[in-house]
Write a protein that binds this ligand. Structure first.
Ligand SMILES: *Cc1c(COP(=O)(O)O)cnc(C)c1O
Length: 391
């Protein structure tokens, strides 16, 4: 992607155009380059590629043209210099951890991140001598007191899942940089259409492409976006060696997903906003969590930091677990699944699924009540979604 493309086009345009390099065939759509290895003109060329003297493809664990198109497109959209595509969202977080961390390093992570991210830091990075402190996403003083001289990075998702709490990225970036740490933001919920963490001062962005980037629940994939130097020197070497690379087929599916990302995201926001308001007016709900509602504690911040409130909301039912399960079991249209970011609306009970590993006390501390229900609002007709919720 040229600097011209980077600077002059909006994300909606980049999502459709950035990164494509047509072959001599003049194809209009992006092709899938299904090859594991690449052929050299001579022994000397092979030697030059392997030694790094000459740029070019060697093997698809390292680079692949279809994967590169996806990487360049997403890098342009996030306003980053470089993107590394990975086999899944968790592969992206594992890859950046393996690349950036060493024994005795320390990480500060929001308590409200994806469950497997917690396990990765606690159980696996912990096994290699990396310690992680978990803090409340919205309490800046907790972040500050958790930082140690050994802290390498701060890690967060905003809005959080399932309570949609919003963190001030600019403030946390300033805090991280003051202490010589990196700020890493998981941008799955917003996508670059709604929020660009790098512009707010974050150093790296990670994605699970499985969610909104695909948007239709077809493939698993992920990405890391940030400055070229950092990705080249510390993170790409792990991808090449450890091998959690994205397949060309999946990259192609994500490219087609990106083409419609902007229209989908705005439609998700519209449906979710209307559903949140309707839910807030129902007698059965005690509280609705959605950054687009005036009642949300960080409504003003979300309004400023994001171009829309997103497609995920949660709400607490007065009737507790029984009422939550009854509501979920009475759906006929909605899908009972923990996935999100799909055109299909999904409904889930966090306390007994995504957060069931926590003890009851830990769940209370995390704000996951027994009556909490999460909905990833899809693109079906709003009235059909509403009438599928039988309280
Ligand atoms: C799903 C998800 C991940 C993990 O992504 P996978 O593609 O499932 O590995 C990470 N972060 C967030 C916010 C997610 O929703």
């Amino acid at each position: 992607m040229s600097d011209f493309d980077r600077q002059h086009f909006a994300p909606e345009t980049q999502a459709i155009r950035a990164g494509q390099k047509r072959s001599a065939e003049g194809e209009h759509s992006d092709p899938i380059v299904a090859t594991s290895s690449y052929v050299f003109d001579s022994a000397a060329e092979a030697a030059a590629r392997f030694s790094g003297q000459e740029k070019g493809n060697i093997y698809s664990r390292f680079t692949n043209p279809t994967v590169r198109t996806f990487e360049e497109r997403l890098a342009a959209m996030e306003g980053g210099e470089r993107c590394i595509a990975t086999a899944s969202g968790m592969a992206a977080i594992a890859t950046l951890s393996m690349g950036l961390l060493k024994a005795r390093d320390h990480v500060v992570c929001s308590r409200g991140v994806f469950g497997n991210t917690v396990l990765l830091f606690k159980n696996f990075m912990g096994k290699f001598g990396v310690e992680t402190t978990f803090v409340d996403l919205t309490d800046l003083s907790r972040w500050e007191t958790a930082i140690r001289p050994q802290t390498r990075f701060l890690f967060l998702e905003t809005p959080s899942n399932p309570l949609t709490e919003v963190a001030d990225i600019e403030q946390l970036a300033a805090l991280a940089h003051h202490h010589n740490c990196l700020l890493i933001v998981d941008n799955v919920f917003c996508t670059p259409i709604l929020q660009k963490p790098l512009e707010l001062g974050a150093d790296l962005v990670v994605h699970s492409a499985t969610k909104y980037l695909d948007g239709q629940g077809r493939c698993v994939g992920g990405a890391i976006i940030g400055p070229n130097d950092l990705l080249e020197s510390e993170i790409f070497p792990f991808l090449k060696t450890g091998g959690p690379s994205m397949s060309p087929f999946n990259a192609w599916v994500f490219l087609t997903g990106l083409e419609t990302l902007a229209v989908r995201i705005h439609a998700h926001c519209k449906n979710a906003g209307a559903l949140a308001q309707w839910l807030e007016g129902r007698p059965e709900t005690e509280r609705v969590h959605y950054p687009g509602l005036h009642s949300h504690p960080q409504y003003a911040l979300a309004n400023e930091q994001q171009k829309g409130a997103g497609g995920v909301l949660s709400f607490e039912l007065r009737g507790g677990k029984d009422a939550a399960w009854k509501l979920i079991d009475s759906t006929r249209l909605l899908s009972i699944t923990a996935n999100l970011g799909d055109v299909k609306t999904t409904i889930t009970h966090p306390a007994t699924t995504t957060h069931s590993r926590l003890t009851p006390e830990e769940r209370v501390a995390a704000g996951i009540s027994d009556g909490l229900v999460r909905i990833s609002v899809g693109l079906e007709n709003l009235e059909d979604i509403k009438s599928d919720l039988r309280f």
